[in-house]
Design a binder for this molecule. Structure first.
Ligand code: HEM
Length: 435
């Protein structure tokens, strides 16, 4: 990797735009790069499946969430995404049962109902912002299915707050040496950061207060699990952190996956024709259900291939607790390891025609290495909502394909923005043709 002044230039680039810097390092130095950080520590950009296997699974006990998550932690606190150790373990034990397969199956009709209502309102011929509509549907689903709350009306405000929060998290990268209190002071100076925090806090408080007033009723949902009053209940602050984490982690990623998928389908009409044929044959007129998932292999392959090219969680970063040897890379304690699904998914050694959109890669027998494909991460910190997200994305995409065809407005480029998530940088104007 680079050293001296060259390394300083790469760090500056990384603080401005991490994905641009990682991509540049990968192209210039290959799939195992060392970027020195100080006398002892370095950042390692490792993009082979054996690296991912080592850091996320085999030797996961030697790794904790990296210092690069500290700015995000100022907002999300002790929620699952950003906590560690005993706190993380306790929260994970509390949250995980809500995502058991039988629950996810039971969520399917609710998910499909929300999606059908959203899509049903699209008039023929209208131009809409696909990104905003996908965020609205996925926020509505998380709100109703997991929290028993109506959130759709807040989707635009949430989207803006989230964009501000993500931008702040990248700005905060340059100030992580200040610690949490220092970062909080920095965020007071970042335009939009305070407003974003207050906005999101308001939504979370409403979700919690509504449930406190109504009391539990019906089938216990995720919120009931989090608010359970047993011998070790979550504190108010922990509850707030967890609801906020699940609200954010649970809708923006799926929205981005769906938006990228619609963009790709508009560019690859043959893949879209095949999707429409599959959906027409399987769904009929009713709402799709969990049992339809196995009957929609092309729909699933389209989503998998879209998340290969545009993994919403595009980077996974860990700090080494003790010195380690990661498949030949000598890593010193305190160093940071970047496993980027984005880079791994486009590594030409693993994927023929890496830039091409070819869903058929995900049909039938697949003989690639196990950790070549990591949209949901791996090891014990694997996405707790992975099967929820897949169920949701398949149902939403299948319903869209049955009802409407979306075409990207002619001549519109869709640049990406990679902060915490990888998403379109601007609104995505698409024309609706009802089928
Ligand atoms: C963690 C991706 C949807 C909740 C993660 C991680 C990835 C990921 C890669 C691991 C991060 C790391 O190891 O540092 C995605 C993608 C999604 C998605 C691509 C959609 C397509 C969801 C949904 C929920 C959710 C629907 C909840 C409703 C979480 C939580 C964590 C997490 C709470 C932290 C888990 C832990 O550390 O114990 N997600 N996710 N995600 N995800 Fe997802």
């Amino acid at each position: 990797g680079p050293s001296g002044a060259e390394a300083v230039r790469w760090w500056a680039r990384m603080m401005r735009d991490p994905m641009d810097a990682y991509g540049g390092l990968f192209r210039r130095y290959g799939d195992a790069v060392r970027l020195p950080r100080d006398r002892r520590r370095a950042l390692y950009l490792l993009s082979r499946p054996e690296h991912a296997e080592h850091v996320l699974v085999a030797k996961q006990d030697n790794y904790v969430k990296a210092f690069t998550y500290r700015p995000l932690r100022v907002f999300l606190g002790d929620g699952l995404l950003t906590s560690e150790g005993e706190t993380w373990r306790r929260h994970r034990r509390l949250v995980q049962p809500a995502f058991a397969q039988r629950h996810v199956t039971a969520f399917a009709p609710g998910m499909a109902g929300v999606a059908a209502r959203g899509i049903g309102r699209w008039p023929d011929g209208v131009m809409l912002d696909a990104a905003a509509h996908m965020r609205r549907i996925t926020l509505d689903i998380v709100g109703r299915v997991l929290f028993g709350s109506e959130l759709a009306a807040e989707s635009d405000a949430t989207g803006r707050a989230l964009a501000d929060l993500q931008r702040s998290a990248v700005i905060g990268l340059g100030a992580t040496f200040l610690g949490d209190a220092g970062l909080r002071r920095v965020f007071r100076l970042v335009p939009g950061a305070q407003r974003a925090g207050a906005q999101l806090d308001g939504i979370v408080r409403r979700v919690i207060d509504e449930r406190r007033e109504a009391g539990p009723g019906g089938e216990p949902d995720l919120l009931d699990l989090l608010m359970r009053d047993d011998d070790a209940p979550l504190s108010d602050a922990e509850l707030r952190d967890e609801v906020l984490t699940l609200l954010l982690a649970g809708h923006e990623t799926t929205a981005a996956a769906l938006t990228w998928t619609l963009i790709l389908l508009s560019r690859y009409p043959a893949a879209r024709d095949r999707l429409e044929a599959e959906v027409d044959e399987v769904l009929g007129d009713g709402l799709p259900d969990a049992k339809d998932l196995d009957r929609l292999p092309w729909t699933r392959a389209v989503l998998s291939e879209s998340m290969r090219l545009y993994p919403p969680a595009w980077t996974i970063e860990r700090d080494a607790v003790a010195d380690d040897d990661v498949a030949g890379a000598e890593v010193s304690a305190g160093s940071t390891i970047v496993i980027s699904p984005y880079l791994l998914h486009r590594n030409p050694d693993l994927w023929p025609d890496p830039e091409g959109f070819r869903p058929e890669r995900f049909l039938g027998e697949q003989d690639r290495p196990r950790h070549a494909y990591l949209p949901f991460g791996g090891g014990r910190r694997i996405c707790v909502g992975a099967s929820f997200a897949m169920m949701e994305a398949v149902l939403v995409l299948a319903l869209i394909a049955r009802e409407a065809r979306l075409d990207l407005a002619p001549g519109v480029a869709v640049p990406s923005r990679a902060e915490v998530t990888l998403r379109p940088a601007r609104p995505v104007p698409m024309r609706v043709s009802r089928r």
